[in-house]
Each structure stands twice: as structure tokens, then as C-alpha cells.
Design a protein around this ligand. Structure first.
Ligand code: GTP
Ligand code: MG
Length: 370
């Protein structure tokens, strides 16, 4: 069909009609749920909402429908994906480094681990947590604008000697807009001027009531420098993850999101991908954003080659025909002809999108699919 009502499209995507109307409004179209939109606009919306195109034939497309949602019995527990946010210099990177250093198993100490934008740490009970290195502000906005809804939990880092600052408030707003649960890490408690209680009180002004003050947002005092109470923070994350009951079907064709990508002189295009469902395997034919390719090799966050990567696992993927963008979706397809077809289709959508480009809004940055 070359026209579809907004409600019909919403139903097929298992989204709220009102959300589609809102999105259309941002693109400069005032329509109601009962009005029809053309195929081009429909396709744009489908991409906007992070759904996948299932089949491309001549000119028609099929979007991912509810039938493509994994059946409950196929779901298995997966590690939480945690993004660290906070004001400049409050210790985000130090905290990540400290956590990682404290958890990288000694046997893996084979020199400096190559940096990728995402990594996993294993807890004492063998469960895992996936951390996303906070990308620069612009990259982050870009990723969320593309509907890369990868974050399950946000850890808000606030320096105890500095308190809430503009970017802290920004991070709070992003997190709230996304409906993602937050854990507050009050950092730098080793410093003379540390006033953790003031941080808790300042948070009240933003309707964040931490546990210490009788609320339900977990707050943890840490020192990245002295490696104080890192376990406390990891426990808080594990507890939050337990509440969320995060699950994914590992036994299906993989889908994921690009965390970062670059062109390597020797190895060609490299994309750090976070697998969101299914298992990505060496040899899989993939489409990433508007780029197609075949997984030639995968490298984990310890620089080791791996043959497969399941839900919440970040890997560096080699074998792409070009460099995708952060936030792009990875999809496994049947064969290379099909990969090229989908890539070309997406390129067309992207070109159209560029000319109609909607402004980036905070609300859609984390765009939760739930
Ligand atoms: P940006 O990436 O620039 O936003 O900063 P960041 O939040 O990643 O902060 P970073 O980890 O780079 O730390 C900033 C400064 O604070 C560095 O000089 C750290 O050594 C220092 N720092 C971080 N954590 C602690 C801590 O727990 N205690 C003390 N005393 N200093 C810390
Ligand atoms: Mg940093």
C-alpha cells in the first residue's frame, strides 16, 4: 500500500499513535492518528522509532511487526548496560578505569587493553555488567537522536567537593526523559572539601530523593582515586539490574547498535557494536546503518578474538564495507545481495531524512522502546 493511517502504522510497530503524531509534528507535519501518511513518511517514522525493515522488494517494504517480538519463553537474562554521566571533571573516566582495573581478571593482563567505547566487567558471582564510556556530548546526542536505546541504567557521577553543576542537571534531565533508572555515585569523597550530604540535598531540588534521605534512588559514596567502595557501586547496579529483569533472546539472528566506529589504516572500517538481542557470529552477513558487510572477525574488550557475541556483549566488528555512525542499527540478513539491498534502501531514507531533518530533542535521545 502507498498510504497508511498513523494508527495502523503505530499498531504494526507496537507503538503509541500519539507518539507517532508527536514525531510527525517535529518533522513539521500536523496530522491526527486517523489521517493517512505516504510510504516515504511511513518509512521515515519506522526508522525514527528504531524498528527494522524486514523485507525490501522492488518498492515496497515490510516493517518489523509485533510478530517479530521474541516470545517470552525464548528470553534469557542478560547483563545490564550502564552509561556513566555527569559534569566535566567529576571523575567519570576515573571511575570507569577504577572499576575496570579492579575487575579485569589477572590472567588477562596481557598489556594495555585497547580502548573500545564499551566494556564488560565480571562481578564476584560471575554475573556481568556492560559499561558504556560516556561519549562526547555531541556523539551522545547524535546516538540518542538515532534512537539507539541501549542504556538500562544511568550512573550519575557527582563530585562531592563540587556539587551539582550544569552538566549534572543536563544528565538528570536526559535520564528522566528517557525513563531510565538512575544511581547516584558521589565521587571524590577522599577530598578535604567533600560534602556528600550537600550533594544529596541539591538533588532534592531536581526531585531526586536518594535512599539516604528516605527516597528510592540508590546513592553510593565512592572515591575513584582511592578505589573506595567500588564494590558498593557495583552492588547497587546489580540490585537495580535485578529489579529490571533484563532479558533477551540469544538464539536468533543478531541485532545491535553501534557505539562508535572508525576507519583503521590496516584493518579497514571498525565498528564497536553492542549486541542487543540474538548472537552475532563470525561469517554473519550484516547491514549496519547504510553499510553492508560480512563479519570477518570480532574482538572483545580485552583485545581477544571471539567467534560469537550474545546480548549486552560489546565487540569490535571487522568486515564492513564502510564506516557506520554511532547509533546505527546492526541487523543480520540472509545473504549479501539482500545486505546490499537493505543498505541501499537505508541510504535512501538517510538522504531524505537529511533534507527533512527534524530537530534533535532530549526526549528521543534515549528513546525507550518499552
Ligand atoms: P571529562 O571526561 O572531562 O568530563 O571528566 P571526567 O568526569 O571523566 O573526570 P576524570 O575522570 O577525567 O577526572 C577529573 C579529575 O578528577 C582528574 O584529575 C582525576 O584524577 C580527579 N579525580 C577523579 N576521581 C577522583 C577521586 O575520587 N578523588 C580525587 N581526589 N580526585 C579524583
Ligand atoms: Mg572523562
Amino acid at each position: 500500500p502507498d498510504a497508511i493511517t498513523v494508527q495502523e502504522l503505530a499498531n504494526r510497530m507496537a507503538e503509541k499513535g500519539a507518539d507517532l503524531v508527536k514525531s510527525l509534528f517535529k518533522m513539521g507535519m500536523a496530522v491526527t492518528v486517523n489521517q493517512t501518511i505516504d510510504q516515504d513518511t511511513a518509512e521515515l517514522l519506522v526508522t525514527e522509532f528504531g524498528h527494522n525493515i524486514k523485507r525490501v522488494s522492488e518498492s515496497d517494504i515490510d516493517i518489523q511487526t509485533e510478530a517479530d517480538v521474541d516470545a517470552p519463553e525464548t528470553l534469557e537474562a542478560r547483563p545490564p548496560v550502564v552509561t556513566i554521566m555527569g559534569h566535566v571533571d567529576h571523575g567519570k573516566t576515573s571511575l570507569l578505569d577504577a572499576i575496570r582495573g579492579a575487575n579485569v581478571q589477572s590472567g588477562e593482563a596481557g598489556g594495555i587493553t585497547q580502548h573500545i567505547g564499551a566494556y564488560q566487567v565480571a562481578l564476584k558471582d560471575k554475573s556481568k555488567i556492560t559499561f558504556l564510556d560516556t561519549p562526547g556530548h555531541e556523539a551522545f546526542t547524535e546516538m540518542r537522536a538515532r534512537g539507539a536505546d541501549v542504556t538500562d541504567v544511568v550512573v550519575l557521577v557527582v563530585a562531592a567537593d563540587d556539587g551539582l553543576k550544569p552538566q549534572t542537571v543536563e544528565a538528570i534531565n536526559h535520564t528522566k526523559a528517557a525513563g531510565v533508572p538512575m544511581i547516584v555515585a558521589i565521587n571524590k569523597i577522599d577530598k578535604d572539601g567533600a560534602r556528600p550530604q550537600r550533594v544529596r540535598e541539591e538533588l532534592l531540588q531536581h526531585e531526586i530523593v536518594v535512599e539516604e534521605l528516605g527516597g528510592d534512588v540508590q546513592d553510593v559514596e565512592v572515591s575513584a582515586l582511592k578505589k573506595t567502595n567500588l564494590d558498593g557501586l557495583l552492588d547497587a547496579i546489580a540490585l537495580q539490574a535485578e529489579i529490571l529483569e533484563l532479558k533477551a533472546n540469544p538464539n536468533r539472528a543478531a541485532e545491535g547498535a553501534v557505539v562508535e566506529a572508525k576507519l583503521d589504516k590496516g584493518r579497514g572500517p571498525l565498528a564497536t557494536v553492542l549486541v542487543q538481542r540474538g548472537t552475532l557470529k563470525v561469517g554473519d552477513v550484516i547491514v549496519v546503518g547504510a553499510v553492508s558487510g560480512k563479519v570477518r572477525a570480532m574482538i572483545d574488550d580485552h583485545g581477544r578474538q571471539v567467534k560469537e557475541a550474545g546480548p549486552s556483549v560489546p565487540v569490535e566488528v571487522l568486515g564492513l564495507g564502510g564506516v557506520p555512525s554511532a547509533g546505527d542499527t546492526l541487523t543480520v540478513v540472509e545473504n549479501e545481495a539482500r545486505a546490499r539491498e537493505v543498505a541501499a534502501y537505508r541510504q535512501g531514507v538517510m538522504d531524505r531524512k537529511r533534507t527533512t531533518s527534524a530537530p534533535v530533542s532530549l526526549e528521543n535521545m534515549f528513546a525507550s522502546k518499552a
